[in-house]
Design a protein around this ligand. Structure first.
Ligand code: HEC
Ligand code: HEC
Length: 344
């Protein structure tokens, strides 16, 4: 795409700077065509082997909000993935078992149904695979899965709900059904329509003019759409933006591959204005500071730094427009209702 833009830039009349033509004019860049790439999908993905049903989603929601799935009885999935903070925790790094600060920030679980890989380093391939990890992890909820299953089996309320959700299983409370139910619930955690979506669908007044210009910067001069692609604004790829020097990210699984070191998964930008602080280690406090980081480009030299992460030299107007655009990605979600947990 970059090459395409450069070619178009070369075709412009002399004197029209690439940046100006690309973001302010219409010759090098077709806004209407760009908009087509961000249309919301009509349906959400359902993996083979875990078809959804209202009973499964309801059960998964109870489990997600139930602190009894932890060793202390105090930590649920929702403690860290808190719907009040767009399914994150508003902290720079997660706090787990015995108030231990973890090394990474809690990512949102919004739109994880569409994720190809999970975690900042992509180490889980499916929500089903991921779901039981935090329960058993000594850093997070710290309880053996067998103990959790025992606890659940001791509550008639849960036994009935598992039976209803997985009637074909002879022993319906097991590690698999636990993971499947949580995953089924997570797939329903989807950011609903934002002003941006209304604009994409054709309502011109849905977002301010400055946000439309910001959308143009996003797709041209800013180079943002190189990695933040599609309706969920993520390519599910891994990139190094020169942030942390200690955490190898995805590189941990590819020792010796220099270009994979320090790479982290591109996060969604949906509801991003509600999810500060930013980046895998929460090291960037505000959206303004994120834009500054991109504007300055790499400050350190290492082989893994993404070739698409380059100094931008944006104007003050362009920076403001980018922020205005990002703000239109916040959906008007209804507050999440807390479930009543089985107590017997
Ligand atoms: C102590 C805080 C904490 C708790 C409790 C917790 N998580 Fe997380 N979660 C995190 C952190 C931190 C990460 C990122 C870890 C990493 O990338 O290495 C994460 C990552 C995830 C992801 C991957 C998201 C993505 O976009 O890649 C999912 C899904 C998830 N958690 C679901 C759950 C579920 C389900 C539970 C409960 C069974 C749970 N979490 C409990 C902090 C927590
Ligand atoms: C080379 C790919 C790439 C490009 C280009 C890129 N991003 Fe990112 N973006 C990422 C990755 C990867 C992260 C997470 C990095 C980390 O945590 O170490 C990220 C993080 C972010 C975040 C923080 C989100 C969060 O939840 O922490 C925002 C906001 C953001 N990018 C906006 C932009 C904007 C605006 C542009 C254009 C000016 C842009 N990005 C260009 C890959 C990219």
């Amino acid at each position: 795409m970059l090459t395409g833009l450069w070619l178009l830039a070369l075709c412009l009349p002399p004197g029209s700077g690439f940046g100006e033509a690309a973001t302010r004019g219409t010759q090098a860049y077709d806004r209407a065509a760009a908009k087509l790439k961000y249309r919301r999908p009509e349906t959400s993905p359902q993996p083979p082997g875990n078809g959804t049903s209202p009973a499964r989603v309801e059960l998964g929601k109870l489990l997600f909000f139930d602190p009894r799935l932890s060793g202390s009885g105090l930590i649920s999935c929702a403690t860290c993935h808190n719907p009040s903070f767009a399914w994150g925790d508003a902290m720079d790094r997660a706090v787990g078992w015995q108030m231990k600060r973890l090394v990474r920030r809690t990512p949102t679980i919004l739109n994880v149904a569409w994720a190809d890989t999970l975690f900042w380093d992509g180490r889980a391939a499916s929500l089903e695979e991921q779901a039981v990890g935090p329960i058993a992890s000594p850093d997070e909820m710290n309880v053996p899965i067998e103990d959790v299953l025992k606890k659940i089996r001791s509550l008639a309320g849960y036994r009935t709900l598992f039976q209803k959700a997985y009637p074909a299983e002879s022993d319906s409370v097991n590690k698999d059904t636990l993971a499947k139910a949580i995953a089924s619930f997570e797939r329903t955690v989807v950011s609903s329509k934002a002003p941006f979506d209304e604009w994409i669908e054709g309502r011109e007044q849905a977002i301010p003019e400055s946000a439309k210009l910001g959308f143009d910067v996003f797709n041209t001069r800013g180079n943002c759409s190189r990695c933040h692609t599609g309706w969920n604004f993520s390519d599910d790829g891994f990139h190094d933006l020169g942030i942390s020097t200690a955490d190898p990210g995805r590189g941990k699984f590819f020792p010796g591959k220099e270009d994979m070191q320090f790479t982290f998964k591109t996060p969604t930008l949906r509801n991003v204005a509600r999810r500060a602080p930013y980046m895998h280690d929460g090291s960037v406090d505000t959206l303004e500071a994120v834009i500054e980081l991109y504007d300055k480009g790499p400050r350190i030299h290492r082989e893994s730094i993404s070739p698409d992460f380059v100094k931008l030299n944006l104007s003050a107007d362009e920076k403001r427009e980018l922020i205005d655009f990002l703000s239109t990605l916040t959906s008007q979600d209804r507050p999440v209702e807390l479930p009543l947990l089985p107590v017997r």
